[in-house]
Write a protein that binds this ligand. Structure first.
Ligand code: NAP
Length: 304
């Protein structure tokens, strides 16, 4: 028997969709390859999700989301989605633990950190190159680290890294940060943080692990090298849409294009959260997406 609804991804968008759908009486299964929470689950402290005036750890918030969805009967299956067949009335999702079917699908598979694409980055991944400060920061106690990027992620993670590292250098390709004002001010006020403006990393170097990076001043063209024990890269994200293999309309960057009510190009298939093409990617906007997609799916399933 097909389920009413399959939700791909148990981040804030998927878990909110699960809560709404299950509470609305739909037989709902969430497919998640790792632990619930998505990228938000890896965030040390979330300060801009309403209801938690002191902030809350990303993992704790994710657990609360999962608990609330579970209370209404949504089930989370730990498995990796490998492919989909979404065209028919019964949607098929192929996973590492077999085929799942449903009458509607919400894709909330999120995004992952974008790699810089310079020599040495891949070679030293896990040996000094990291994309997650909360996961790897503690390995850099009293070490000198570089953070690449100028958005919210780069600045937030740089601030987190000051708990461990002796110095944190934010290397940004422009002379103005993209990050929100409050984060910019905190970074400027933190004595452990310094900035390399108008600078890009052109190579990551080392023997067993990262020892230095090659840098280029984008204005003067002057190149140089600086010693670092770790390089944390936060230059934006890429969508987790590889498993769709052309099944749905995507934008140029691979994000799912949605219409009103988060419908995709295929009837009965909706997208929510960071995986869809949109301007603002926050926990609160993902949660809003999840609610909208679930209500739209409910409406679709009742033939309205
Ligand atoms: P982002 O906002 O897209 O910022 C990416 C940064 O990396 C930009 O400063 C960009 O430079 C730089 N960059 C991009 N490509 C580069 C390259 N090839 N070489 C060097 N630098 C490069 O990405 P993000 O910081 O990961 O954030 C993603 C989304 O999540 C955003 O919507 C963000 O607001 C949200 N987020 C929110 C919070 C929060 O609210 N606390 C925390 C984390 C993330 P330019 O500035 O020159 O473009």
């Amino acid at each position: 028997m097909p389920h009413d609804l399959l939700i791909i991804g148990a981040g804030p968008a998927g878990l909110t969709a699960a809560l709404y759908a299950a509470r609305g009486g739909l037989d709902t299964v969430v497919l998640e390859m790792g632990v619930p929470g998505g990228q938000a689950g890896l965030t040390d402290r979330i300060e801009n999700y309403p209801g938690f005036p002191e902030g809350i750890s990303g993992m704790e918030l994710a657990m609360k989301f999962a608990e609330q969805a579970g209370r209404f009967g949504a089930r989370i299956e730990t498995t990796t989605v490998q492919g989909v067949d979404l065209a028919g009335e019964i949607k098929k999702v192929y996973t590492g633990s077999g085929e799942f079917t449903a009458r509607a699908v919400i894709i909330a598979s999120g995004a992952h950190p974008r790699p810089l694409g310079v020599p040495g980055e891949e070679e030293f991944r896990g040996r000094g190159v990291s994309y997650c400060a909360t996961c790897d920061g503690a390995f850099f106690r009293d070490k000198k680290v570089a953070v690449v990027g100028g958005g919210d992620s780069a600045v937030e993670e740089a601030l987190f890294l000051t708990r461990f590292a002796s110095t944190v250098t934010i290397i940004h390709r422009r002379d103005t940060l993209r990050a929100t004002k409050v984060l910019q001010e905190r970074a400027r006020d933190n004595p452990k943080i310094n900035f390399s403006w108008n600078t890009v990393v052109t190579k990551v170097k080392g023997k067993e692990k990262v020892e230095s990076v090659e840098l280029k001043d984008v204005i003067s063209g002057v190149t140089g090298e600086e010693a670092f024990d770790g390089v944390f890269i936060f230059i934006g994200t890429e969508p987790n849409t590889g498993f769709l293999k052309g099944a749905l309309a995507l934008d140029d960057l691979g994000y799912i294009v949605t219409r009103e009510n988060l419908a995709t190009s295929i009837p009965g298939v909706f997208a929510a959260g960071d995986v869809r093409a949109k301007d603002f990617r926050q926990v609160s906007t993902a949660v809003g997406d999840g609610a909208v997609a679930a209500m739209a799916a409910e409406r679709y399933l009742s033939g309205l």
